[in-house]
Design a protein around this ligand. Structure first.
Ligand SMILES: *[C@@H]1O[C@H](CO)[C@@H](O)[C@H](O)[C@H]1NC(C)=O
Ligand SMILES: *[C@@H]1O[C@H](CO)[C@@H](O)[C@H](O)[C@H]1NC(C)=O
Ligand SMILES: *[C@@H]1O[C@H](CO)[C@@H](O)[C@H](O)[C@H]1NC(C)=O
Ligand SMILES: *[C@@H]1O[C@H](CO)[C@@H](O)[C@H](O)[C@H]1NC(C)=O
Length: 337
């Protein structure tokens, strides 16, 4: 009985080995799976680290493009949140095959976890963690890799509110390789792209966005500007405030109150309600100023001109009331004489 079990045990081992799927020759596989297994076997040998070039002096050219989906500008904290598709395109010399050996298949999709990716990052980020939706990479038989992950960036953007609510803000997004020099990873703008691609934004989100995108441009800068420099792609966004809301809440009352303060002068000097009208105009200006403080972002350098206007209007008012009182005194004394 014992012998039988030992025999059974021994005879089982080769059976298990042969049917645990280790050899894929007796398995019917699609060409796509075959290509992927063979390419990943390459990567098992060369590892994930190091640029995917055979000759070290070859630069890896990474073409980069941004497609905007949604934006949000937090003026108080000076953070621009953008939801974007980041288009990457580069050449990987370890991801090549001849289509004849694989039934003419020229394009496959693979998981980005298993192959090299450029360390292109947002330089002026306001958050360390970047939300990313994983996307498969599209690889063609010549080694061309295309990868379009969807990411949500939080970038810093200095906000100038001098002409609030008719202001225009200029924000920049700086992308480049975090560690490689430009001679190693050469980040370039996607061919034919002039700035950020706005098609998705315009079809879906343009109407409801409180900002209008006036202009977007892109250019490449070098830091420091010597031979072995870091190349940085700078994408700029010009945002124009859609002032429908703010013009109703702030601008119109400000104009009306300014007109009302002039009304004070039409009242005869001996009317006692003159002062109370002036005082209530003043308190209305104060309330308006408080709303303005709520609505406008606090900045160290600039005060919104609207705020300046309400303050100076009040000062004018006070000043003129003062002079009228002095004139009145003079007239009174003249009358007495
Ligand atoms: C199959 O079994 C053999 C022998 O036990 C083992 O070396 C091999 O790693 C296994 N393969 C897989 C894919 O599990
Ligand atoms: C694999 O496919 C061939 C032809 O399509 C077929 O003859 C063979 O039985 C298949 N083998 C397995 C293990 O499915
Ligand atoms: C690498 O490329 C450079 C320039 O193209 C060439 O001079 C050099 O011989 C190449 N090195 C190897 C090992 O092929
Ligand atoms: C966008 O900005 C660039 C560079 O500042 C400028 O040359 C171009 O005329 C601007 N385009 C529009 C439509 O304002």
């Amino acid at each position: 009985m014992k012998l039988f079990f030992i025999l059974l045990f021994h005879s089982c081992i080769p059976t298990i080995t042969s049917c645990n799927g280790s050899s894929n020759s007796n398995l019917n596989m699609s060409y796509e799976k075959k290509i992927i297994l063979d390419l990943l076997a390459n990567y098992k040998l060369v590892g994930l680290n190091g640029r995917p070039v055979i000759n070290d002096s070859t630069a890896t050219i990474v073409e980069l493009g941004l497609g905007l989906v949604q934006i949000d500008l937090d003026e108080k904290n000076r953070v621009l949140t953008t939801s974007m598709w980041v288009k990457h395109k580069w050449q990987d010399e370890y991801l090549r095959w001849s289509p004849e050996d694989y039934g003419g298949l020229v394009k496959i999709r693979i998981n980005p976890k298993f192959v090299w990716k450029p360390d292109i990052m947002l330089y002026n980020t306001a958050a360390v963690k970047i939300d990313e939706r994983e996307a498969l990479m599209v690889v063609t038989h010549t080694g061309k890799v295309q990868w379009l992950p969807h990411q949500i960036f939080k970038s810093s953007c200095s906000v100038d509110v001098r002409s609030f609510p008719f202001d225009e803000q200029h924000c920049q997004l700086w992308f480049g390789s975090w560690t490689y020099f430009n001679s190693e990873i050469d980040a370039r703008l996607f061919k034919k792209a002039k700035g950020i691609d706005l098609r998705a934004f315009q079809t879906d989100y343009k109407e409801s966005c409180p900002w209008e995108i006036a202009n977007t441009t892109a250019k490449k800068l070098f830091f420091p500007s010597q031979k072995d420099a870091f190349g940085v792609l700078t994408f700029s966004l010009s945002l124009k405030r859609k002032f429908v809301f703010t013009s109703y809440v702030l601008t119109l009352p400000c104009v009306f109150l300014a007109a009302l303060s002039l009304l004070v002068f039409l009242l005869p000097p001996d009317r006692p309600d003159r002062t109370s009208l002036a005082m209530s105009t003043f308190s209305s200006f104060l309330v308006l100023l408080l709303i303005l403080v709520e609505a406008a972002p606090p900045t160290a350098s600039n005060i919104p001109l609207l705020g300046k206007l309400s303050i100076t209007r009040y000062k004018d008012l006070q000043h003129t009331i003062h002079t009228i009182h002095s004139w009145q005194k003079i007239i009174d004394t003249l009358n007495c004489v």
